[in-house]
Design a protein around this ligand. Structure first.
Ligand SMILES: Cc1cc2nc3c(=O)[nH]c(=O)nc-3n(C[C@H](O)[C@H](O)[C@H](O)COP(=O)(O)OP(=O)(O)OC[C@H]3O[C@@H](n4cnc5c(N)ncnc54)[C@H](O)[C@@H]3O)c2cc1C
Length: 412
């Protein structure tokens, strides 16, 4: 069977649901959200702590409450939602192939918005030697197990990473009666904001091993400990634990973008997009953590609304400027910059910001923007650049770029 709609949104997280609510409330287009989980809401559904909705809803609520609100708003606006429905591939005619308990079906849509989010790289992808004992999770897996399936974890944990999401893992572990013995980070200082580090250490009595890495996971059937190396001295020691949580180290859920032949950004590894979320596949847009792995849920949601307004114009037949887009790339310590394309004549990206990710802490970042070696902008940013969280830059840093010249390179 083929389901026909005007806009198909793949992924019912904050970005997809907000795009759906925006489009359904502003247009008469049929909007269909396809979500592989039994319930929509994305990561916030199992992230059961406060910290959601600040910028988009002007509130401060828990993940599950925030997720329920986004679902309600999308449905109230007139969007349709198919849960338990995974988009598995693209048909030759550009339709979407979906699999659900109803079997295999097709969705035919004029516009597709990819909002499939990002995930933490699991242990095998991090090349950490040792056995394959039980008790090893990412934060997402841990929170799913505890908050959605009400299962038990161990009693002593080591958390790999010290960014915001790492403290979220520590909080979840505590709720499940599991004490965090140690957080381990390669960096000179914890990546999270100072308030979280100080508050977290005081509240959870967890210490942070900086300039350190996990070199081995120990245990046969169940984790018994991890071996940790001090990167300053090379000295290794064993920390006993029965649970290990790998946090951060994000990768976009980009399989559909790849199988659809969409060009990926070499930095983010998500689809390469311009400031309104257009990919290089006609009629396919992308939003949320898929294009900036990762920012907070409110920023992903506002990004979904931004892309929805561009989709609205696209459906109205507005002709956007084409061709002459200039790639935006980051030099080290930038790991990625999003959006990765500057197309003159298009609106600025969501919130007028370039989102970036850096590999080292820079207390007073002086940003230089060059095109073909020529400096086109220079600015000192009044907030630090820190690994493990998005570093935002004003979009006007790149708007002087010459559309007939080469890539724009941002450096610190
Ligand atoms: C542990 C943790 C704690 C966090 N804490 C906070 C916090 O306190 N405050 C905050 O603002 N942010 C927080 N965040 C970040 C926030 O959750 C994300 O920024 C936000 O969820 C991103 O929204 P998204 O819509 O881009 O992606 P997601 O929320 O990841 O949603 C993507 C959706 O797409 C679906 N999907 C993927 N592929 C397919 C497919 N092929 N077919 C159908 N559906 C598909 C997925 O099932 C998922 O529901 C936290 C994140 C984590 C992991």
């Amino acid at each position: 069977m083929t389901i026909t709609t005007d806009v198909a949104i793949i992924g019912g997280g904050p970005a997809g649901l907000t795009a759906a609510a925006t489009l359904a409330s502003r247009t008469s287009a049929r909007v269909l959200v396809l979500e592989r989980e039994q319930e929509a809401g994305g990561i916030p559904r199992h992230s059961d702590h406060p910290g959601y909705g600040i910028r988009d809803k002007r509130t401060f609520t828990t993940g599950p409450r925030y997720a329920r609100r986004l679902v309600r708003e999308a449905l109230d606006a007139g969007a349709s939602l198919l849960t338990g429905t995974m988009v598995t591939s693209w048909g030759e005619d550009g339709s979407l192939e979906i699999t659900s308990p109803r079997g295999r079906e097709c969705v035919s849509a004029s516009v597709v918005v990819l909002a499939t989010g990002a995930r933490e790289r699991p242990r095998p992808a991090r090349m950490i030697p040792g056995g394959r004992p039980a008790g090893v999770f990412t934060t997402g897996e841990l929170q799913n197990k505890i908050h959605l399936h009400h299962q038990e974890v161990g009693t002593r944990a080591v958390v790999v990473g010290a960014e915001l999401v790492s403290w979220s893992a520590v909080m979840t572990l505590k709720e499940a009666g599991c004490r965090t013995e140690l957080l381990v980070t390669r960096h000179d200082r914890p990546e999270s904001y100072a308030a979280f580090n100080l508050g977290g250490r005081a509240m959870f009595r967890a210490s942070v091993a900086t300039r350190s890495r996990v070199t081995q996971v120990l245990g046969r059937t169940r984790v018994t400990g991890v071996e940790i190396e001090d990167l300053r001295t090379g000295v290794r020691r064993v920390v006993e634990c029965d649970t290990v949580v790998f946090t951060g180290d994000w990768i976009p859920d980009h399989e559909l973008a790849r199988s659809g032949g969409i060009t990926l950004d070499r930095g983010t590894l998500g689809p390469l997009v311009d400031s309104i979320g257009r990919t290089d596949r006609p009629g396919v847009f992308a939003a949320g953590n898929l294009v900036h792995p990762v920012d907070t849920a409110d920023v992903a949601a506002l990004g979904g609304a931004h892309v929805a307004r561009a989709v609205e114009k696209h459906l109205d037949g507005v002709a956007f400027p084409e061709g002459g887009a200039v790639p935006i790339v980051g030099a080290a310590p930038f790991i990625w910059v999003a959006p990765g394309l500057y197309q003159p004549g298009l609106p600025a990206p969501s919130r007028g910001r370039l989102e970036t990710w850096v590999s080292e802490h820079v207390r007073v970042p002086r940003v230089t923007v060059r095109q073909d070696g020529r400096v086109i902008a220079r600015r000192t940013i009044p907030w630090p650049a820190s690994p493990g969280r998005v570093f935002r830059l004003p979009w006007d840093l790149v708007t002087n770029a010459d559309p007939t010249a080469g890539s724009v390179e941002i450096s610190l």
